[in-house]
Design a protein around this ligand. Structure first.
Ligand code: PGA
Length: 223
């Protein structure tokens, strides 16, 4: 399914709350029959919860929020490798989120290593880019590329339609046809139709809106 909704929980929820949240998602999603939903949900849960969640909810898709730039095993205290995530049943991984670039000085070189490690381990990297889109050129068809403008993360402000058209037009011309293009930053049920009407956006990445079940459900139904 090409239309995806990535729910990035960031550093929210206890394990109990995470399990409860997944358990009250619509039964169709939990069972993996998505007839009423035009899009697929991917839950980017905190790393320590992933093995448990993939075991409890085998028909939901899960992403890690980050991965080590080192691979695949070794003496790197505190790190989690892409192969370790894959061995927990995880299928996707966000790399280069603006909050990691801001808080951990991650640059494109590190993000590229992380994305390459994901690909080598069979994970689909969700590669986040800001205004500099050049890294997108480095990847083939089996990844997702997310445009995440810094000023839209957690602010309630999304780029205007002209800017969205410009960025996604440029990305579309840079990458293989099969690359899934994602918009992230302040998406909610109120501005969803504006984002939906922009060309070339396949998927969306939610932060705040993914923490509220009603809001997430509305978005899943309408994306
Ligand atoms: P937000 O976060 O939806 O809360 O702005 C978006 C993101 O993490 O990309």
């Amino acid at each position: 399914m090409n239309r995806k909704v990535i729910a990035n929980w960031k550093m929210h929820f206890s394990l109990k709350e995470a399990v409860e949240f997944c358990a009250i998602l619509p039964p169709d999603l939990i069972r993996g029959s998505q007839d009423d939903y035009p899009s697929q949900v991917i839950i980017a849960a905190p790393t320590p919860y992933l093995a448990h969640l993939t075991h409890l909810f085998p028909h939901l898709s899960f992403a890690a929020q980050d991965v080590s730039a080192h691979a695949p095993y070794g003496a790197h205290t505190g790190e989690t490798s892409a192969s370790q995530l894959a061995s927990c049943g995880v299928r996707y991984c966000i790399v280069g989120h603006p909050e990691r670039r801001r808080d951990f000085s991650e640059n494109d070189e590190i993000v590229k290593r992380k994305a390459d490690n994901c690909l080598a381990a069979g994970l689909v990297p969700i590669i986040c880019l800001g205004e500099d889109l050049s890294l997108a050129k480095e990847f083939g068809g089996d990844c997702m590329i997310a445009y995440e403008p810094k000023e839209s993360i957690g602010t309630g402000v999304i780029p205007d339609s002209k800017r969205l058209a410009e960025v996604f037009g440029e990305l579309k011309s840079m990458v293989a046809k099969s690359v899934n293009l994602v918009y992230g930053g302040s998406v909610n049920s109120g501005n969803l139709s504006a984002i939906k009407s922009a060309c070339n956006i396949d998927s969306i990445l939610l932060g705040g809106a993914s923490l509220r079940k009603d809001e997430l459900e509305k978005i899943l139904k309408n994306w």
